[in-house]
Design a protein around this ligand. Structure first.
Ligand code: FE2
Length: 229
């Protein structure tokens, strides 16, 4: 069985990938995904040094992406991106709260998803949902900005992806888990950073995966003393 290791980044910089970077920082990593709210220069620094794709979706604090999207990275917002047979669906942004960019009402998010009907049909669904905001009622916040989207629950219920990667909810806000499940989908909050082992299909167009190969490498997501800001 083939697997790959994905480094998830979100919401706050991690020194190992910026000021404490060494050539060993990306050892064993096959793909990098930002779930949003990370400075352009941070993602560009990473893209310059990582020998592989850096995918991202915008978060509510990524106003500068409007004029200066991170160079060398792949914006998967409102797109399906396929890598080694894994189909990623990206949906950035949060619930509308102050008219900033990348903010949507539930109705607007539903409309964005409806627009994807043809790519979703063409790709026969997707395997990993990548967003900034959480799903509604699953470790989301009570305020408008941190309320999750019901549309994400519906996508997960309909397509049953292997994973749901998101950010926006800082793990230090309270009792929020790094990993949880929504039906059979494994949800991972990418706050700061963590590494996830994902199964790859034996044949790239089969979309058949060994779901038991999903693993969160939690011990590597704990900051080492020298990584603390
Ligand atoms: Fe956010």
């Amino acid at each position: 069985m083939k697997t790959a290791r994905i480094l998830l980044l979100s919401d706050e910089e991690y020194p190992l990938y910026s000021k404490s970077w060494t050539p060993a920082s990306f050892q064993g990593i096959d793909l990098i995904i930002s779930c949003g709210d990370l400075p352009t220069r941070y993602l560009e620094f990473i893209a310059d040094r990582f020998d592989g794709y850096v995918l991202y979706v915008p978060g509510n604090h990524d106003r500068n992406y409007v004029t200066h999207p991170p160079l060398g990275c792949v914006n998967i917002d409102e797109k399906i991106f396929t890598w080694k047979g894994l189909r990623f669906l990206g949906l950035g942004g949060t619930m509308w709260y102050n008219d900033g960019p990348w903010q949507y009402s539930e109705k607007e998010m539903k409309k964005r998803i409806r627009k994807l009907w043809f790519p979703l049909l063409k790709s026969s669904g997707f395997d990993i949902l990548v967003t900034h905001a959480p799903a509604f009622g699953h470790y989301d916040g009570k305020d408008r900005c941190h309320t999750g989207f019901q549309s994400f629950n519906e996508l997960i219920e309909r397509y049953r992806p292997l994973f749901f990667f998101h950010g926006h909810i800082h793990l230090n806000y309270g009792e929020f888990p790094r990993r949880y499940t929504i039906d059979e989908t494994v949800a991972i909050n990418g706050y700061k950073r963590c590494i996830v082992t994902v199964p790859l299909p034996d044949e790239e167009d089969t979309h058949v995966f060994d779901a038991d190969a999903r693993e969160l490498i939690e011990e590597q997501s704990r900051p080492r003393p020298e990584d603390r800001i």
